[in-house]
Every structure is written in structure tokens, then in C-alpha cells.
Ligand binder design. Structure first.
Ligand code: GUN
Length: 289
């Protein structure tokens, strides 16, 4: 076959999620049988439409897999003190095993302060400094959901990581930084690129694994890649037709990569799956199973 006619293997986040969620359902049922149903408390501040969709999907996934969930919708005008006080109540509630405050928060609220107020043993996002530090020092309690999901995808498709060159594009606390740490923990040589990187394709051209987590369309194109590379697309953008699209130029990447994740149907469902896993494991720890 003409080399340019080859297509990458699609990493199916929906299918992989289905398998992982079956296990979550079983373990959640076992906890419920002991009177300890795993519980997730979600907080949404304001009315950012994208955040509202994400939050709804998280709550729905809990319902579908035997976890209980609550959703606090607070107005954009809520004070920081009110939000912190609500979080402290959740910290004390034994029915709550996971607390998730959807980001971004309105400008008058200090998101660092909010995250640090969540009890670290209920911080299922893994954003608290105690959890970020635990991840950095190799003893993670909660791995941030999106990078954790990406590691599960690499494993499920037998994509080698140890000794490979991984390029992470993006340096956010939610994805880029923890992604780099998890790849490092798995033995990759990791390069972190970002908006100030002078020559992105210099780095991506030697990468075996590229993770694009920028929030901008067409950041990675096929000509920037080594043939056979694995490309993970964490992006959630809208194209000109208002349809969901990722950070990569899928058609050109698909002709060069060995494996690629689609948007939708790739990383997105895995993020929610790993949130269920983190909440379940938190409940199991609380029950000392
Ligand atoms: N906003 C975008 N992604 C996330 C996430 O994983 N967790 C929270 N809390 N907010 C987000």
C-alpha cells in the first residue's frame, strides 16, 4: 500500500471506558451492599455553558454506575467565603467521598484557595498541593483524571512508554504538568512544550508520543510527526460549524501517526471514567477495604 494511504489505529475512549466502568459499577455495588455508597459532590459556580455540560455529564455518569452525587449550582455572584464554607461542610460529610469544584471560577474567587480548602483525601481531581506533591514524589493518592485516563489508554493499546520520547504540549495544572509527571513515572523522556516554545515541530518530530493539551485547533499537523507516533488529543474546541473538535488536525495526523485519539470519543469519556474510579477508590479507602 502507498505509505500515504495508511491510517492510524484509533484509540477508542468510549469502548475502553465501557470496560473500566463495568468494574466501577461492580465495586460501587459492593460498597452499597455495606451501606457505604460512594458519593461525589459537584459544585458549579456561574453559568459557563461548557462547564454546565461537563458537570451534567459527570453527575449523569455517577447515576449510571451506582455512585450517588449531588450538584450545587451557585450563582456567579457567590462570595468566596460562602463557597469555602460550603466546601468545609462537604469535607465533614461522611457520605461525600469526592468533592469537585468545576473550573474555571469567576475572577473574584481565588481558585487556589478553593482547591486548598477541599480535604486532600476527598480531592478526586488531584489538584490539591498535597496530591500534586504526592504525585511529584512518586506516591500518588489521586491522579488528575485526564492524564490518568491517557495513561490507561496507552496501556490498553500496548503502547510502550519506558525509554520513549514523549512531548506534552501545554503546561496547565489540570493536564500538562501532571501528564508530564505520569509519563516520567512510567519511564519516558519527557519534553514539555507550551506557548513560548520557539520551535514546536523540532520537538514533536522526534516524539514517540505527543499529547496535545492546548485548547487551540490544529496545533499538531501530520508534517510535524515521526511516522508511527502515538498522538493523544486532549483538546475540546469548536470548529467553524460549532462542532466539537480537538487540538490536532485529525486528517493529516491520521496519515502519519500509528495511533491517534478522536474527538469526540477519545480522551473526553476517559476523563469522566477516571473521576468515577477516583471517587470509588476514595470510598473504598474510607471503608478501609
Ligand atoms: N475544568 C476543566 N477540566 C476540569 C477538571 O478536570 N476538573 C475540574 N474541577 N474542572 C475542570
Amino acid at each position: 500500500m502507498d505509505q500515504d494511504m495508511t491510517e492510524a489505529i484509533i484509540i477508542d475512549g468510549v469502548l475502553l471506558s465501557k470496560h473500566l466502568r463495568e468494574d466501577v459499577s461492580k465495586r460501587a455495588a459492593a460498597l452499597t451492599a455495606m451501606g457505604r455508597t460512594p458519593g461525589l459532590a459537584v459544585v458549579l459556580v456561574g453559568d459557563n455553558p461548557a462547564s454546565a455540560v461537563y458537570v451534567r455529564n459527570k453527575v449523569k455518569a455517577c447515576e449510571q454506575h451506582g455512585l450517588s452525587s449531588t450538584l450545587d449550582r451557585l450563582p456567579a455572584t457567590v462570595t468566596e467565603a460562602e463557597l469555602l464554607s460550603r466546601i468545609r461542610q462537604m469535607n465533614e460529610d461522611p457520605a461525600v467521598h469526592g468533592i469537585l469544584v468545576q473550573l474555571p471560577l469567576p475572577g473574584h474567587i481565588d481558585s487556589h484557595k478553593v482547591i486548598e480548602t477541599i480535604a486532600s483525601e476527598k480531592d478526586v481531581d488531584g489538584f490539591h498541593v498535597a496530591n500534586a506533591g504526592a504525585l511529584m514524589t512518586g506516591r500518588p493518592q489521586f491522579r488528575p483524571c485526564t492524564p490518568y485516563g491517557v495513561m490507561k489508554m496507552l496501556k490498553a493499546y500496548d503502547i510502550p512508554v519506558a525509554g520513549k520520547h514523549a512531548v506534552v504540549i501545554g503546561r496547565s495544572n489540570i493536564v500538562g504538568k501532571p501528564m508530564a509527571l505520569l509519563l516520567l513515572e512510567a519511564g519516558a523522556t519527557v519534553t514539555i512544550c507550551h506557548s513560548k516554545t520557539a520551535d514546536l515541530s523540532f520537538h514533536t518530530k522526534s516524539a514517540d508520543i505527543v499529547v496535545a493539551a492546548v485548547g487551540k485547533r490544529n496545533v499538531v499537523t501530520g508534517d510535524m510527526l515521526k511516522r508511527g507516533a502515538t498522538v493523544i488529543d486532549v483538546g475540546m474546541n469548536k470548529n467553524d460549524e460549532e462542532k466539537l473538535c480537538g487540538d490536532i488536525d485529525f486528517p493529516s495526523v491520521n496519515r502519519v501517526a500509528g495511533h491517534v485519539t478522536p474527538v469526540p470519543g477519545g480522551v473526553g469519556p476517559m476523563t469522566i471514567t477516571m473521576l468515577l474510579v477516583n471517587t470509588l477508590e476514595s470510598a473504598e479507602r474510607a471503608a478501609q477495604m
